[in-house]
Design a protein around this ligand. Structure first.
Ligand code: BES
Ligand code: MN
Ligand code: MN
Length: 443
């Protein structure tokens, strides 16, 4: 492998600010799609196509035909999260920089660096005997609507023996994993209105309702200080992990103290104290407030009673919760906790059901072997706290879906100074190369 050339190429991909949630970056998303398409053509794909959207297309490709060989569908996303707060980055998010063996850039680990590994592994010494298919999407960070709609119209795109999703990390350095669940997501905007317009806080203060105060009270009712989410019915469908699974988690290299001190870097962990941290991260629903807007937040001071306030919130869902049910439960809870003199509306922005994966297909053993050979340890089963909305749909045609990744837990996805360790990158290419080879031998 010519590492210098590969690194230059990855840096070229990472330079494209393909932020799918900001319309100003539509053109950059399209450019990232073009980058992927050019790679697929170079790999000899026929039928490279942009599907479902002009600006955030799903890049589809069909590798050279290998009669009788298994079909492997590679999934990834070329879009990235917004880079803000910009000032918190050591070097700019779209000027990829190597420091201490790490490549810093938005998308380095999530997911461009991993898509890069999947693709470059195909031609790293010799061609595997596989029928490759590619679905590399551009809207994963915004709920995957384009790909969902595409697969509804054209479910044959997922016809494959195995789907490989590399959009996760090892559970710890040196500990590669495969994931048995992903959490689902219910993303909503809650808006509270208390009057026709803003009011002078001297003339009206003491007698007029305040939208921010009402919103704060509402949010406080939805989740208590003990970490319990008070959305009626929310926990009813939650399936507790089996004892054997909880026992297996206790053997993972995960220390709650390290998690607090090295990763969260706060003063205490929160949430339901009678559950372990891994249970809280992997097997319980969450309610998070992402931001609150409205009223006066500019520099200086303004004495005003805001008439409207909005909170962006989301719930993570776990097996066996359903998005449709949770949406209804949240809407009903907001209604119930809102006093008569306040108007509250809930708008759902996007969401996903949780995913559950059985590890019984023989391909899981081949991936385990590939990791064992390359990095010295096989894959441990784990769960993921994050979401990849389209995963259940990728397996709907009967293919085994493998969720894995080559990142590390401290890659700072969605945060400033996102990075990918170069060792993970080079190992990753080698692991996937070996996996393709092993899978191709099963004809
Ligand atoms: N790669 C992540 C998902 C992930 C992160 C899985 C960490 C496992 C561990 C993915 O790109 C992501 O961030 N998904 C979003 C989906 C949402 C915007 C619909 C997420 O989880 O917030
Ligand atoms: Mn991702
Ligand atoms: Mn992400």
């Amino acid at each position: 492998m010519d590492r210098d050339r590969l690194l230059r190429e990855l840096i070229g991909f990472l330079r494209l600010p393909s932020v799918s949630t900001l319309p100003a970056h539509d053109i950059d998303c399209r450019a990232a799609a073009e980058w992927v398409a050019a790679e697929l053509r170079r790999l000899g794909c026929s039928d490279v196509a942009f599907l479902g959207s002009e600006t955030h297309p799903v890049v589809w490709g069909v590798g050279p035909d290998v009669p009788g060989a298994p079909t492997l569908l590679l999934y990834g996303h070329y879009d990235v999260q917004p880079p803000d707060p910009l000032a918190a980055w050591t070097t700019p998010p779209f000027e990829p920089t190597v420091r201490d063996g790490r490549l810093y850039a938005r998308g380095a680990a999530d997911d461009k660096g991993q898509v890069f590994c999947l693709l470059k592994a195909i031609e790293a010494n010799g061609r595997p005997r596989l029928n490759f298919r590619f679905l590399i999407e551009g809207e994963e960070e915004f709920g995957s609507k384009v790909l969902f709609d595409l697969l509804k119209r054209e479910p044959h795109r997922t016809a494959a023996d195995v789907v490989l999703v590399a959009d996760m990390s090892y559970v710890a350095p040196g500990w590669p994993s495969v994931y048995t669940t992903l959490r689902g997501l219910c993303y909503a905007e809650i808006t509270v209105r208390t009057a026709k317009s803003d009011l002078h806080s001297g003339e009206y203060g003491g007698a007029a309702p305040n939208a921010h105060e009402e919103l704060a009270r509402l949010l406080g009712r939805l989740k208590g200080a003990d970490g319990r989410i008070n959305v009626p019915g929310l926990y009813a469908a939650v399936k507790p992990p089996a004892r054997s699974e909880l026992a297996a988690w206790r053997k993972l290299p995960f220390k709650e103290k390290d998690f607090l001190e090295k990763r969260v870097q706060g003063k205490a962990l929160t949430g339901l104290k009678r559950h372990s941290v891994l249970e809280r991260l992997w097997a319980l629903p969450t309610f998070e407030i992402h931001g609150i807007s409205g009223g006066f937040t500019g520099p200086g001071a303004k004495t005003v009673i805001p008439a409207e306030a909005t909170a962006k919130v989301s719930l993570r869902l776990v097996p066996n919760q359903r998005l449709k049910t949770v949406e209804k439960q949240l809407a009903a809870a907001v209604k119930r906790f809102t006093p008569k003199h306040v108007t509250a509306t809930v708008r759902f922005l996007h969401g996903a059901d949780p995913a559950q994966i059985k590890l019984n297909h023989p391909a899981f053993q081949l991936l385990d072997r590939a990791f064992r050979e390359v990095v010295g340890r096989g894959t441990v089963p784990a769960r993921a706290g994050g979401s990849i909305p389209v995963v259940p749909a990728l397996g709907a045609g009967g293919a085994a879906v493998i969720l894995t990744g080559i990142g590390l837990p401290d890659d700072r996805l969605h945060a400033p100074d996102e990075k990918l360790d170069l060792k993970q990158l080079w190992d990753g290419i080698e692991v996937f190369r070996r996996f393709y080879e092993l899978l191709g031998e099963r004809t």
